[in-house]
Ligand binder design. Structure first.
Ligand SMILES: CC(C)(COP(=O)(O)OP(=O)(O)OC[C@H]1O[C@@H](n2cnc3c(N)ncnc32)[C@H](O)[C@@H]1OP(=O)(O)O)[C@@H](O)C(=O)NCCC(=O)NCCS
Length: 342
C-alpha cells in the first residue's frame, strides 16, 4: 500500500502546503563507545575488515541496566523540548523497535509513563529498521485525518542485548540508540511530500531472531543454542537491501515530481556504507548529499534514521525549507522511503 498527497504529484515546490511535518527531533545514545579495535580483542575480526566492508568505526552499547524505553524516553523528551511541545499536547505515541523492554506491554507504554503523556493511545510497531518511517507515515495519516493533532514517533533499539557476541558476522554491525520526532500539522511549505512502504514476508528467515516468540518459546536449549540472537544471511540481505532501497527512493522522487538536484540531503538507513552509496548512485544523488552516522553508531535499526536526522539538524546540515529524502530497509523484509520538506 502506498499513497501520495494528490496535489504533491503535481507540484512539490517550496511553498506548497502538504502533509504533517516534523516539528521537533531528538536523540539519545548510550555513552559507552565500543570501537572496532575493542572488538579485535574479543573476536577474530579486524578494524580494517569492518571499516572497508561496512563503514563502521565504532558503535554505542548500552550498559545492562538500560532498556529500550530508557533511551526512547530520553530521545522523546529532547524531541518535545526541540519542538517546544509539552507532553500533555501529544495525542498518540508510535514506537518502532525490534528490542522491546518486554514482549508485553508495549515499550510505548513504558515510555508513556516515563515521559508523562496523557492517557492517549500508545503502541509499538514491529517493522525492524523501517520502524521509524512506518511510524512517520502512520502519524502523517493520523494528523491529516484529524484523528490526532500531535504524534510522538520514536525509533529505539538496544540491539546489543540480542547479539551473539561470538558471531563475528553479526555482532560487529549493530549498535544501540533512540531517536524521536514530534509530528504535527503542516505549516506552509513543510511536511511529508511523498512516501512508499512495503514488505515481503516470504524473505523473513534471511534476518530474524528465531526464539523467544510463540513459534519457539524460551527453553534452556534455545538459550544454549543462542536462538534468541540475531541470525542473518548477510550476503542475501545485502542484495535485497540495495534493490529495495533503490526502488523506494526512485518511486518517491517520481511521485513528488522532484529530481536529484532538488534533494538537499539524503538520510538513508545506516546499515552499510556500500548500500547507502549504491542507493544514492542509482538516484543520481552525489555522495556529499548523503548524511552518514554509520561510522560512529553502526546499524541501530529503527533508531538510525531519527538519530541521523537529529544529528544533521544539530549540525546545521538540515535547515528550514530543505528537501530531505529518507529510505529504510530491514527484517521482514520491510522497506519505506519518505520525502519531506523540513
Ligand atoms: C554483513 C556484510 C558486511 C558482510 O560483507 P560481505 O562482503 O558480504 O562478506 P561475506 O559475508 O561474503 O564474508 C566474506 C568473508 O569475511 C568473513 N567475515 C565475516 N564477518 C567478518 C568479520 N567481522 N571480521 C572478519 N571477517 C569476517 C567471512 O567469514 C568470509 O570469509 P570466507 O570468505 O573465508 O568465508 C554484508 O553482507 C552486509 O552488509 N549485508 C547486509 C547486512 C545488513 O545490512 N543487515 C541489516 C539490514 S537492515
Amino acid at each position: 500500500m502506498d499513497s501520495t498527497t494528490p496535489q504533491v504529484a503535481v507540484k512539490a515546490r517550496r511553498g506548497t502546503i502538504v502533509g504533517a511535518r516534523i516539528e521537533g527531533i531528538g536523540a539519545a545514545v548510550p555513552d559507552n563507545v565500543v570501537t572496532n579495535h575493542d572488538l579485535e580483542q574479543r573476536i577474530d575480526t579486524s578494524d580494517e575488515w569492518i571499516r572497508t566492508r561496512t563503514g563502521i568505526v565504532e558503535r554505542r552499547i548500552a550498559p545492562p541496566e538500560i532498556a529500550c524505553s530508557d533511551l526512547a524516553a530520553k530521545a522523546a523528551e529532547r524531541a518535545l523540548e526541540n519542538a517546544g511541545v509539552a507532553p500533555d499536547e501529544i495525542d498518540a505515541l508510535i514506537l518502532g523497535t525490534a528490542t522491546p523492554d518486554t514482549p508485553f506491554p508495549s515499550t510505548a507504554c513504558w515510555v508513556q509513563a516515563k515521559v508523562g503523556l496523557r492517557k492517549v493511545p500508545v503502541f509499538d510497531i514491529s517493522a525492524a529498521c523501517s520502524g521509524f518511517l512506518y511510524g512517520y507515515i502512520l502519524a502523517d495519516s493520523l494528523v491529516r485525518t484529524g484523528t490526532a493533532r500531535k504524534v510522538l514517533v520514536i525509533g529505539a533499539e538496544v540491539l546489543s542485548k540480542i547479539l551473539n557476541w561470538e558471531d563475528r558476522t553479526t555482532c560487529v554491525l549493530f549498535g544501540d540508540g533512540a531517536g524521536a520526532a514530534v509530528i504535527g500539522p503542516r505549516d506552509e511549505g513543510s511536511g511529508l511530500l511523498a512516501h512508499t512502504w512495503g514488505a515481503d514476508g516470504n524473505l523473513a528467515p534471511l534476518l530474524w531472531q528465531p526464539a523467544g516468540g510463540s513459534r519457539t518459546p524460551a527453553t534452556v536449549e534455545t538459550v544454549e543454542q543462542r536462538l534468541h540472537t540475531i541470525h542473518m544471511k548477510g550476503n542475501e540481505v545485502y542484495k535485497h537491501a540495495v534493490k529495495a532501497m533503490q526502488g523506494a527512493v526512485l518511486e518517491v522522487m517520481e511521485k513528488a515530481g522532484v529530481t536529484e538536484e532538488d534533494i538537499d540531503l539524503f538520510v538513508p538507513h545506516q546499515a552499510n556504507i556500500r548500500i547507502m552509496q549504491a542507493t544514492a548512485e542509482r538516484a543520481g544523488i552525489p555522495l556529499e548529499k548523503v548524511y552518514r552516522t554509520i561510522q560512529k553508531y553502526g546499524n541501530s535499526s529503527a533508531a538510525s534514521i531519527p538519530v541521523a536526522l537529529a544529528d544533521a539538524a544539530a549540525e546545521g546540515r538540515i535547515r528550514k525549507g530543505d528537501l530531505v529524502l529518507t529510505a529504510a530497509f530491514g527484517a521482514g523484509f520491510t522497506w519505506a522511503a519518505a520525502l519531506f520538506r523540513w
